[in-house]
Design a protein around this ligand. Structure first.
Ligand SMILES: *Cc1c(COP(=O)(O)O)cnc(C)c1O
Length: 398
């Protein structure tokens, strides 16, 4: 069949460019030390920044949730699938991370990908059947794929501004004629580990009457007061802020949430197709996420954030000694830029042979020529784990 031959050829091209991606198969729960593809590894590949994904209290909460609420939710949120566990989690989220706005309300989603599709499409699409574009979405060039796809799903003008370039963004904003404007940004960029210029972005949003949609997938749980996230860390407050974060990363569970003014959330419930037309996640998962929020806010959460901070400081010092360029990241994401695809893959393979699991990130996730090792740190890494990684990098022959 011809279509199959075409696909097989595409796959061969990926191989030729060292761009084929492969999944590793975990045989134990996500942890700093785990079993993958039949061998023990130190895991530098997860977003489990606080080491909560296999925490005994969360395992217990998930089991308790299943005992109380069963397994499947049984339906979409608007048609029978919304449970007390979802509702309690939303109240807890709004109280915990909604300090940036008056009347905060939270909406829980199955995934962050869906939360981004939902928020951008519901806010920026024309309200009626009119095909006229009434909104413009301003999107940072390094935004996460889910924000890019959300912008595509929204029937709006999309303008990409160079990464973190608020001067270029203002030029675009000042020329914009549509009544509705949304500035959309990652808070903490997932492949570079840097923070968005949120003070400047909010000032622009206020000057030009735009929404500022902030995706804090990597900051929630880690940054800000008690882990309340990057808006809290920056001390931002505005009714124009819309905050999105996942519970699959530092929170160690699954799902995601949007916090905004009550009216915004009510509109999402009416109009956001990725919210409306999908089965609600298992209530037990929401129940476990509630337990995770309690942990994040507790003194144990605080201790874990301090441990993570120590590992970040240690890693930054160690990476300076390698022959490659370490990006200047103060976060748990520590990229080491190698450049071309094949040596990046080769280096990752050498590390893997020594039981060190560090993903090689290549285009299209990053720009061509900027392939990298992406070292993700967890509060559960030990100082010796980092020393082992650094010794292997120094001994690497590529
Ligand atoms: C991981 C990620 C998402 C998606 O969240 P999921 O809950 O994993 O679907 C969205 N935005 C950013 C910036 C991310 O890193």
């Amino acid at each position: 069949m011809e279509a199959l031959t075409i696909l097989a050829n595409h796959l061969r091209e990926l191989d030729a460019q060292a761009l084929r991606r492969q999944r590793r198969c975990a045989e134990t729960g996500c942890a700093a030390h785990m079993q993958v593809d039949g061998r023990a590894v130190i895991n530098f590949a997860s977003n489990d920044y606080l080491g909560l994904a296999s925490h005994p209290k969360l395992i217990e909460a998930l089991a308790d949730g299943a005992t109380r609420y069963g397994v499947g939710s049984g339906g979409s949120h608007l048609l029978g699938g919304h449970s007390r566990a979802h509702a309690l989690l939303e109240d807890q989220l709004a109280a915990f991370a909604g300090g940036f706005i008056d009347k905060p309300r939270a909406l829980y989603f199955c995934t962050g990908y869906m939360a981004n599709l939902a928020t951008l499409s519901a806010l920026a699409s024309p309200a009626k059947s009119s095909s006229e574009q009434t909104a413009t979405l301003f999107s940072d060039a390094l935004n996460h794929a889910s924000l890019i796809d959300g912008a595509r799903l929204a029937r709006a003008n999309v303008q990409i501004y160079p990464h973190a370039d608020t001067v270029a963004l203002e030029t675009l904003l000042s020329a914009c004629k549509t009544p509705l404007k949304l500035i959309v940004t990652d808070a903490l960029f997932s492949m570079d580990g840097d923070l968005a210029p949120l003070h400047e972005l909010l000032a622009l949003a206020e000057k030009y009457g735009a929404w500022l949609v902030v995706d804090d997938a990597h900051g929630f749980g880690v940054l800000g007061s008690h882990g309340a996230g990057t808006l809290s860390a920056f001390g931002l407050r505005s009714p124009q802020l819309i905050y999105i974060a996942t519970l699959g990363k530092a929170a160690g569970v699954a799902g995601a949430f949007v916090i905004a003014h009550d009216t915004v959330i009510e509109w999402l419930i009416q109009r956001a197709r990725p919210y409306i037309f999908t089965t609600a996640s298992p209530p037990a998962v929401a129940h476990a996420a509630s337990a995770s929020l309690s942990l994040i806010a507790s003194s144990e959460g605080q201790t874990r954030r301090q441990q993570l901070q120590q590992r970040i400081t240690q890693t930054r010092a160690l990476l300076q000694q390698t022959p490659w360029r370490a990006l200047d990241s103060v976060t748990a994401i520590q990229p080491l830029i190698i450049g071309a695809n094949a040596p990046t893959l080769a280096c990752a393979a050498q590390l893997a042979a020594q039981g060190l699991w560090v993903p090689a990130i290549r285009p299209p996730t990053v720009a061509p020529g900027a392939s990298r090792l992406r070292i993700s740190l967890s509060a559960n890494h030990s100082s010796a784990d980092l020393e082992q990684l650094s010794a292997a990098l120094l001994a690497s022959e590529i």
